[in-house]
Write a protein that binds this ligand. Structure first.
Ligand SMILES: [Fe+2]
Ligand SMILES: [Fe+2]
Length: 458
């Protein structure tokens, strides 16, 4: 098959998960300068697929929910004698060999390699194509910045195509209120010129790190939420880039610093309980805060060793749920929660929840200078040694630090889901009932002792 690459390639994308759809779409637009038409089910795409017979490629799941997505599409190609080729995500078998498969783990690199191979093209073929000139960044990337390192644009979607309008000039200052004005208008992304991306990300990094250092007291909790979200976002979408690593390390060190100041416990706790920061961040932060509070009481270690363990556990807390972006997924803490939610989930979502611990641990294998054991605790953070699914019962064969994390996170989780009805006695009862093995129970007891009122002296 020969393609005239001066004509735009046209891809049909079928993907039900909105975030994955967005990532795949953006990737195909950027890597192949393709026009991408997307749908969430094959059944919804068929009329377009019939009316427009110039698609070069179809990218789809093997199945979406009850639908045999790939079969429907390949039959359609066969029946209408269409030229389109297919890339199927997940296992798929069909006698009509016009498809290639990629693994369900969805690595963009593998997807792109397969697309090129399937279409008989080479990476170099796209050197001459005009790639999109602007790259979008969520408005959240700008929250810790005050100065534009390059020109910043907003996108106006028009019938004739997108139009980019400059909103901030290079070196112009702005503040949080300026940004909120845009959010109110429904703007969720700003754009920078492709050649300015590095400059922008480096400036974002420098200005964010400066904020982390300069903002003091409990106000820092909000600054750290921002860098927590951004660094995680970069890592789950493009991997552990040098910028993402610096930002993550700075965020983690700053959290360790804050939670180590025992006189701040009340203030920090109040900030975490009573605010509108993300659930993911609040729970991670609370895990660290609780671990910092109970570690000295466990008499395991002291001094510098204790600080090292706190750093290690804060890293675990930062990374363990990095792939779960939705709060409903973060609220799944055991087999029972999973069963309750399962009916409302599609295949990829189930797979994501069941494998999130394992995936996070794999991501960490590429993290430079990772303290020993962090990846293993991340893998075991729900109590299963291989990091897949949830355990029937807890096992005492896990390492003490994994056990510490499991018990503390259950406690933090119970606190956060109580909202206004926080009743620590009730939570302590729940904890002591849930954790009967001595190694787990010991930690639950220390946590319970935090809320016991001191006995009055006679
Ligand atoms: Fe978690
Ligand atoms: Fe988890």
């Amino acid at each position: 098959m020969m393609y005239d690459l001066f004509m735009k390639l046209k891809f049909l994308l079928i993907e039900d998960n909105a975030r994955v759809q967005e990532i795949l779409k953006k990737n195909c637009e950027e890597s192949f300068a393709a026009e991408v038409v997307s749908f969430t089910l094959a059944s919804e795409a068929l009329s377009t697929f019939t009316a427009q017979n110039d698609f070069n490629l179809v990218i789809c799941r093997n199945r979406i929910g009850e639908e045999n997505t790939a079969s429907i599409l390949i039959n359609h190609i066969f029946d209408l004698k269409l030229a389109a080729l297919m890339v199927v995500i997940g296992d798929f078998e069909n006698p009509f060999k016009k498809y290639a498969t990629v693994s369900e783990r969805l690595r963009i690199e593998e997807v792109n390699r397969t697309i090129l191979k399937q279409m008989g093209l080479k990476k170099e073929d796209f050197k001459f194509l005009k790639l999109p000139d602007y790259v979008g960044y969520s408005i959240q990337y700008f929250y810790n910045m005050q100065n534009a390192p390059c020109d910043i644009f907003i996108k106006l979607s028009k019938k004739e195509g997108d139009e980019y309008v400059k909103r901030l000039h290079v070196d112009e200052n702005f503040n949080r209120e300026d940004l909120e004005k845009y959010t109110k208008l429904g703007v969720s992304e700003f754009f920078v010129l492709k050649e300015d991306c590095d400059k922008f990300l480096n400036a974002m990094l420098l200005q964010s790190v400066k904020q982390i250092k300069e903002v003091k007291g409990e106000e820092k909790v909000a600054v750290l939420e921002n860098t927590f979200v951004i660094s995680q976002n970069i890592m789950t979408s493009v991997g552990i880039t040098p910028q993402a690593k610096i930002l993550a390390d700075q965020t983690i060190t700053a959290i360790v610093d804050q939670v180590s100041q025992s006189d701040q416990l009340g203030k920090l706790l109040k900030k975490i309980l009573d605010n509108n920061l993300s659930f993911s961040y609040r729970r991670s932060y609370l895990n660290s805060l609780l671990i910092a509070t109970i570690l000295p009481k466990l008499d395991w270690v002291s001094g510098e060793q204790l600080q090292n363990i706190l750093l290690k556990m804060t890293m675990v807390s930062y990374f363990h749920d990095i792939y779960l972006e939705e709060e409903t997924f973060l609220r799944v803490m055991n087999q029972e929660d999973f069963k309750k939610l399962e009916k409302r989930l599609v295949g990829v979502e189930k797979e994501l929840i069941l494998n999130h611990a394992h995936r996070a641990a794999s991501l960490l294998q590429n993290y430079p200078k990772l303290p020993t054991g962090v990846d293993m605790i991340v893998k075991q953070h729900h109590g299963v040694t291989n990091g897949v699914g949830f355990p029937e019962v807890y096992s005492s064969s896990l390492t003490p630090l994994s056990i510490l994390f499991i018990v503390v996170e259950e406690y933090a989780h119970q606190i956060l889901i109580s909202d206004e009805n926080l009743d620590l006695d009730k939570i302590n009862d729940h904890m002591l009932k849930k954790f009967s093995l001595p190694s787990y129970r010991k930690i639950a007891e220390v946590l319970a002792s935090l809320s016991k009122k001191p006995k009055k002296s006679p």
